[in-house]
Design a protein around this ligand. Structure first.
Ligand code: C2E
Ligand code: MG
Ligand code: MG
Length: 740
């Protein structure tokens, strides 16, 4: 309807079709204003109905609406007052409409996360300078043609200035979009352009006293408003959004520069004033700078292979470039080389607890450190995530291991970022060509197997050797085996006592899971827990551990040993809002008091999603289960945070005990942690007590409980009972109720 009404109105202005020339109340008054109002309403409707970019379009709708209001006021003047004064009340909404259009357009153009590179900045400068030069000429022409009071001159000049700004903003926005024009921007840009053009023609006509109402110029604003209404309802096209609009990126700024050059030449011969010349000269200069940068970019692009082979984050080669380099190296044939795969340990924890920005910074820094060690001919790449790869030229397996170890040492150095210290480590896998495999895929896969071995065995670096593990799908097979293990009762728990340092009494035990692997023997938790977490088996595993632990506690109770058990839970458990209910049921069916169970959560796990964790821990505490923060001191939780968290116990990480007997500062840290814990009403447990001396010092420091190899190793359930009985930690047998 809008378009039809517009068509009818536009037709009415075709010369010869109206009954009389000049202003017509019906056509230029009623119909034109209805079209303008309707266009604003159509845009407004879009803002109301569609949520996406609502505010952006609302601004534009208000802008258009104000413009229409101005027109209506003007119409009223013409109706009742023959000739409207200058400036008139209509100028108010007309001028106020600009800021709304600006804000709307700028908001629409925003691209969160978009990278603004050097070239783009220069292009914006060129566009701004070039357009200003052109605008300046026009401005001067306008100024010469305007006469009257200061107010008249100011209002008359406000329109060209407002329009110029509008055009600058549209061009700037297109530059930010790298001259990629989708359907929305095509309609919107054209509409705004037409709007500015109509204003300009109108202003010139008025200045030269040649404006006549009811000509083809009059519908131009309505056409412009309708185009914006159409833009509002076009969906933001995806077409071409992933590809650069190559020619436009190159030609638009060039075109502007050439125009400026022409201006400069013309200005030399006649019209242009000094400001025009300065602006034109500056545009040409910026154009030259741009040409230099373009050239430089071309050179690097050609030199390093195309952009598609660079990892954006680290600036290193990416996977594709690495594969190509290895392929080329294999094709060259002579001499051997090694591939080292480097995978950061616990990178996920950094990401989870410190955020992705810190994670990215760490990855970049890792890239820098690795690069510093590269020799002539070596190829370094980031394959993705926290995985890096190196091609070591002319390197045997053992030499490669040495290099990898040196790289690991570099990575172990603390990373300091914004006053925060991050410790990192890596596991490396080495595969040597042609022994390990003779194609790229095989080499990478085997380096991956070796790396995986290194991770599992915590050996730092491992070299791939044939026979030891020729199965390429080992990790996945392992996960499959773990699934079976969960069903087949292959998981067993060992229990490590927590002992009162002052009382020397058994205060509880911690359940530590092990996997009785049918082939590999008893596996430690570190070798399979990360896989369980990654492949979504953690909930199942925790349920199994909780069941085993609580069964065991009931059995010990029956045997006269009254003890509580601590169970470790992981990130995915903390996200599982059903956990409290599950724990409650498990306790209830065994008729156990909730005080028999402590859940241990590591500090880094807690910080992954503190809000959610707090909610879950609060619910656990509500049923009476105690909560302990494990490995305390290795994460980054602030003291303030600690006070808010619903916890009962802190377990000081064993790294704090290193050197405690020699270094008084280590002692001071433990002492203050004890004080902190006590002032918050928490029990403090020291982990990893390995010597008599450690135990004594901790007792002096008033630490409550201790756990460690010196006190007792993790033991199978029956051995633990024997150990406790021997220490007299169990009640006399007679007290146990005899079975009927
Ligand atoms: P954690 O909860 O901090 O458990 C303490 C770890 O330190 C245990 O290793 C224990 O054997 C070891 N340890 C105890 N005393 C000493 C000592 O004096 N010196 C040294 N060097 N180490 C000592 P483990 O059993 O290998 O467990 C490692 C980690 O695996 C545990 O750390 C815990 O985070 C996790 N884990 C164990 N069982 C489970 C489980 O059932 N579920 C979950 N989610 N995690 C578990
Ligand atoms: Mg623990
Ligand atoms: Mg611990």
């Amino acid at each position: 309807m809008l378009v039809v009404a517009l068509g009818v109105y536009a037709l009415s202005t075709v010369p010869g079709l109206r009954s009389h020339a000049g202003y017509s109340v019906g056509w230029d008054g009623w119909l034109q204003n209805s079209v303008l109002m309707a266009a604003a309403a159509v845009v407004g409707l879009r803002a109301c109905i569609v949520r996406d970019k609502r505010l952006d379009w609302a601004c534009i709708a208000v802008g258009l609406g104000l413009y229409a209001v101005g027109n209506i006021i003007y119409f009223a003047y013409v109706q009742y007052q023959a000739s409207p004064p200058a400036p008139s009340a209509a100028d108010v909404p007309w001028l106020v409409c600009y800021p709304f259009l600006y804000v709307g357009v700028i908001r629409l153009a925003r691209q969160p996360g978009a990278r603004i590179d050097r070239l783009l900045r220069i292009d914006s400068v060129i566009s701004a300078l070039g357009l200003s030069a052109i605008a300046m000429i026009w401005f001067e022409v306008m100024l010469r043609g305007t006469s009257g009071s200061l107010a008249t001159v100011l209002t008359t000049m406000a329109y060209p200035v407002g329009d110029l700004l509008l055009m600058l903003i549209v061009v700037g926005c297109l530059a930010v979009h790298r001259w990629r024009v989708d359907r929305v921007w095509a309609w919107l840009g054209a509409g705004l352009g037409l709007f500015a053009a109509a204003d300009t023609i109108y202003a010139i006509r008025v200045a030269t006293d040649s404006y006549r109402a009811g000509t083809l110029l009059d519908p131009m604003w309505a056409v412009a408003a309708t185009m914006m209404a159409i833009a509002a309802w076009k969906s933001q096209g995806r077409s071409g959004s992933s590809r650069e609009n190559g020619w436009a990126v190159l030609y638009v700024p060039t075109l502007i520069t050439v125009t400026a050059l022409a201006l400069l030449v013309l200005a030399g011969h006649g019209p242009g004033s000094l400001p025009v010349r300065i602006l034109a000269a500056a545009t040409v200069l910026a154009g030259l700078v741009r040409a230099a940068f373009t050239f430089q970019t071309m050179v690097t692009l050609v030199g390093n292979g195309v952009e598609a082979r660079t990892d954006e984050l680290s600036g290193l080669r990416n996977r594709r470039a690495f594969l190509e380099a290895v392929e080329r190296r294999i094709a060259a044939g002579h001499g051997l080389f090694a591939i080292v795969l480097i995978d950061l340990d616990r990178f996920k924890e950094v990401n989870d607890s410190l955020g992705h920005i810190a994670g990215d910074d760490l990855l970049r820094e890792v890239g820098v450190r690795l690069k510093a060690r590269m020799r002539q001919g070596d190829v370094l790449a980031r394959l993705g995530g926290d995985e890096f790869a190196i091609l070591l030229e002319n390197t045997q397996a053992e030499a490669a291991r040495e290099i990898a170890e040196r790289l690991r040492l570099d990575l172990q150095q603390a990373f300091v970022k914004d006053g925060m210290t991050i410790y990192s480590d890596a596991s490396c896998g080495v595969a040597v060509w042609p022994e390990a495999a003779d194609d790229v895929g095989g080499l990478l896969q085997r380096a991956d197997i070796a790396m995986y071995d290194a991770k599992r065995e915590r050996s730092g670096t491992a070299i791939y050797t044939h026979g030891e593990d020729t199965d390429l799908s080992a990790p996945l097979r392992f996960v499959d085996e773990l699934r079976t293990a969960l069903l087949d009762d292959q998981l067993v728990l060992h229990y490590q006592p927590k002992i009162g340092l002052r009382t020397a009494k058994l205060e509880g035990v911690e359940a530590l899971v092990r996997w009785k692997h049918p082939v590999r023997g008893l596996l430690p938790p570190d070798s399979f827990l990360p896989l369980a977490e990654r492949y979504g088996l953690m909930r199942q595993l925790t349920t199994r551990v909780l069941t085993l632990a609580l069964d065991q506690v009931s059995e010990w109770h029956r045997a006269g040993m009254d003890t509580s058990v601590a169970v470790n839970i992981s990130v995915s458990n903390l996200l599982d809002l059903e956990l409290p209910e599950q724990v409650r049921t498990l306790l209830e069916v065994r008729d156990l008091s909730p005080s028999c169970l402590i859940l241990e959560v590591t500090e880094t796990t807690l910080m992954a999603d503190p809000t959610r964790a707090t909610e879950l821990l609060t619910r656990l505490q509500a049923i009476g289960v105690r909560v302990s923060i494990d490995d305390y001191g290795t994460g980054y939780s602030s003291l303030a945070r600690l006070r808010e968290l619903p916890v009962n116990e802190l377990k000081l990480d064993r790294s704090f005990l290193l050197g405690i007997s020699r270094d008084p500062r280590a002692g001071a840290i433990v002492r203050s942690t004890v004080e902190l814990a006590h002032s918050l009403g928490l029990t403090l447990v020291a982990e990893g007590i390995e010597t008599q001396r450690d135990e004594e010092i901790l007792r002096e420091l008033a630490c409550d409980l201790g756990q460690g190899f010196h006190l007792a190793r993790p033991l199978p359930a029956d051995e633990l009972l024997a150990w406790a009985t021997q220490r007299g930690a169990t009640a006399p047998r007679a007290e146990a109720t005899p079975l009927p």
